[in-house]
Design a protein around this ligand. Structure first.
Ligand code: PLP
Length: 449
């Protein structure tokens, strides 16, 4: 027996290798760097929507503060009803309250889903940092579906078939496929034909299709969000929440919508059993207040639209800056991410000792004060020179602005974003443009030497 295993509190094998979530780790690293005050940091490492909270939600939470009882494990009936109504209105599907499970964030819902369903999981590469660890924590194998950067990381029948074949050769048994649109980290959205193809592929292979739709209401407008549940209602599970769309990540409120079938009902019971032993219920006052987020309300709908336009404005501007600088980057369609590729500068980066995505991110942070998350964290090959940039902070006012003034600044942006001549002075966006221009010009210069 290894000496180490005799120590009390010895960690279980899978957990020993489970790293701290890359995005949260980056956030903490930046906080430290900023505290040291040595360099002004361009914070593009952490994807957190932080627009001002809608006043209806704020008031609803104040009113529900005294609701201190445990809520039912599956969620408050009125909230489950409101979410079912919301999905029926926005996804062109018919959903009833019994299909909904509410929990503390959709992250916990995703873990529970990976835990309850049989088989291993197919995960696109790249995809959100937390899918693979959640699958592994649920005791399953991760099978990556390799996508092509030249094809904007689309899922195709070819790359899905290839992943399935490889999985079987390696002794894995994938029975779950997870997809995400608008996409984190790439920022793209599925074309409707691709959604149909993916749904039909999952159906043909008898897979549970988990559709992470947390950014769905943040589509910028040039591409429509389509849920695969339209084509494969009996096998699709939709997950979502209010963290991104309503800038309420800290409320920790998410949901899963399971199929209205006998198998779906069994799955709901399994979710209830897991929930009853882990989180008991999402916080009751938050659930009560969140009814407002999903019930039909013109003011909330308008806020969602404005938030999508604002993120669309800043993300598209940043995309254009990269395009003008000659940096390959997929055109963003929703959410608040960009996924630029620095492969054209590989030789010059190599001269600086940058061989991997992780080293690229470190170089950008150390030499240029730019925070990012490298491609390998999203399941890509370690040598991939792509990074995820979060654009959510590009609409922030100057650092040091008081909380009150910051809120006014952001409300003003939300209220004017629909104007034809919307062209605000955005200091962080300007700073991002300046700094990225310096980075690329420097790399170009060094390439010539
Ligand atoms: N899915 C994706 C793609 C995300 O980016 C996030 C948050 O970063 C989540 C799910 C989880 O969100 P929450 O647990 O706050 O609902």
């Amino acid at each position: 027996m290894n000496e180490d295993t005799k120590i009390p509190l010895h960690l279980e094998e899978t957990i020993q290798h489970l790293p701290f979530s890359a995005t949260l780790a980056m956030n903490e690293l930046i906080a430290e760097k900023e505290k040291s005050g040595k360099q002004k940091i361009l914070h593009m490492g952490f994807g957190e929507a932080a627009l001002p909270l809608h006043p209806l939600l704020k008031n609803a939470l104040v009113e529900s503060a005294a609701y201190t009882k445990y809520a039912p494990v599956l969620g408050l009936p009125e909230l489950r009803q409101a979410i079912a109504g919301f999905l029926s209105r926005t996804r062109k599907i018919t959903v009833n309250a019994n299909q909904i499970v509410v929990g503390p964030g959709s992250k916990s819902m995703l873990y529970a889903l990976f835990r309850i369903f049989e088989g291993d999981a197919l995960i696109p590469a790249p995809s959100w940092v937390s899918y693979a660890p959640a699958v592994r924590m649920a005791g399953k194998k991760v099978v990556y579906v390799q996508t092509d950067s030249k094809d904007n990381h689309r899922l195709t029948t070819e790359n899905l078939n290839k992943a399935l074949k490889k999985a079987k050769e390696e002794g894995a048994d994938p029975r779950i496929l997870i997809i995400n649109s608008p996409h984190c980290p790439v920022g793209v959205m599925f074309e409707p034909v691709d959604v149909k193809m993916i749904a039909e592929w999952a159906k043909k292979h008898n897979m549970a299709l988990i559709s992470d739709e947390i950014y769905a209401e943040l589509a910028f407008g040039w591409r429509k969000h389509v849920s695969p549940a339209v084509y494969y209602p009996e096998g699709t599970i939709i997950t979502g929440g209010i963290s991104k769309t309503l800038s309420a990540g800290g409320w920790r409120l998410g949901y899963a919508c399971l199929p209205d079938t006998p198998a779906g009902k069994k799955a709901i019971k399994a979710m209830q059993a897991i929930g009853s032993e882990i989180w008991a219920s999402a916080a009751s006052p938050i659930q009560k207040a969140a009814v407002v987020a999903f019930a039909p309300n013109a003011s909330i709908d308008h806020y969602l639209h404005q938030a999508a336009l604002l993120f669309g404005y800043t993300t598209t501007k940043m995309y254009q800056i990269f395009k003008d600088l000659g940096v390959p980057c997929p055109r963003p369609a929703g959410g608040f991410y960009l996924y630029p590729d620095f492969a054209p500068w590989r030789p010059v980066l190599l001269k600086r000792g940058v061989r991997t995505g992780k080293e690229l991110s470190q170089y950008l942070l150390d030499d240029w004060g730019i925070a990012s998350v490298p491609a390998p964290e999203f399941g890509e090959d370690p040598h991939t020179l792509r990074i995820r940039l979060s654009t959510n902070k590009l609409c922030e006012p100057e650092k040091g602005t008081s909380a009150k003034k910051r809120e006014e600044f952001l409300w003003n942006l939300l209220h004017t974003v629909e104007n034809k001549d919307f062209n605000p002075d955005l200091p962080v966006l300007k700073f991002a443009q300046e700094r990225w221009t310096k980075v690329i010009l420097n790399l170009n210069e060094k390439t010539k030497q």
